[in-house]
Write a protein that binds this ligand. Structure first.
Ligand SMILES: [Zn+2]
Length: 191
């Protein structure tokens, strides 16, 4: 690779769109923004090994097409959309990662990336694995042919254990570390 890996982090929702809301008032838009900022901070601290961008760095709402357009304009290698889950079942928990459901030349590599990110969350951070899933989400549909594009549902804001996890800054830093180190190890040292 003759330039740093270019990664677009896409914290979902923002502004008037809070995303899922937990019983204690925790909001999806904040959980995912905190993780995006932690990723940026860690990448800065390490001297910018990744060419890292975020579709938003504050509490603002950006359209889904605006997110995709940024990733395409920057000719990103990886698009990583961050979300949290919600269920009417308070016991539902764990991480699931989505890949666009219509096959293209990036599908195998994106599915593998999705599986590996999920496995890290499972083995290193203790999240239950809910599997890699396929869906026609707009941001995946609009970016998956040009880059490895995945959407991570980090955990459930309807689950009190996972809410407590997300509220700790230390845990956000751990999630950022796992994602960043995984990308560095895989795309710089193994391939
Ligand atoms: Zn969401």
């Amino acid at each position: 690779m003759n330039r740093p890996l270019r990664v677009i982090i896409d914290p979902g929702h923002g502004g008037m769109d809070s995303g899922a809301i937990g019983v204690n008032g925790i909001q999806e838009k904040d959980v995912v923004l905190n993780l995006a900022l932690a990723l940026k901070h860690l990448n800065d601290t390490l001297g910018h090994p990744l060419d890292l961008f975020s579709t938003r760095t504050s509490d603002t709402l950006i359209s889904l097409s605006g997110r995709s357009k940024l990733a395409l304009a920057l000719e990103a290698d990886i698009f990583l959309s961050l979300h949290c889950n919600h269920s009417s079942n308070p016991k539902a928990r764990g991480v699931e990662v989505y890949v666009y459901d219509k096959p293209n030349s990036n599908t195998d590599a994106a599915t593998w990336l999705a599986f590996q990110i999920q496995e890290r969350f499972n083995k290193r951070l203790g999240f239950k694995s809910r599997g890699v899933k396929f869906a026609n989400f707009q941001v995946l549909r609009e970016t998956s042919r040009q880059m490895l594009s995945i959407l991570v549902e980090l955990g459930f804001l309807s689950n009190s254990v996972e809410i407590r996890y997300f509220l700790k800054v230390k845990n956000t830093e751990q999630m950022a570390k796992q994602i960043l180190l995984y990308l560095l190890r895989t795309f710089y040292f193994n391939s």
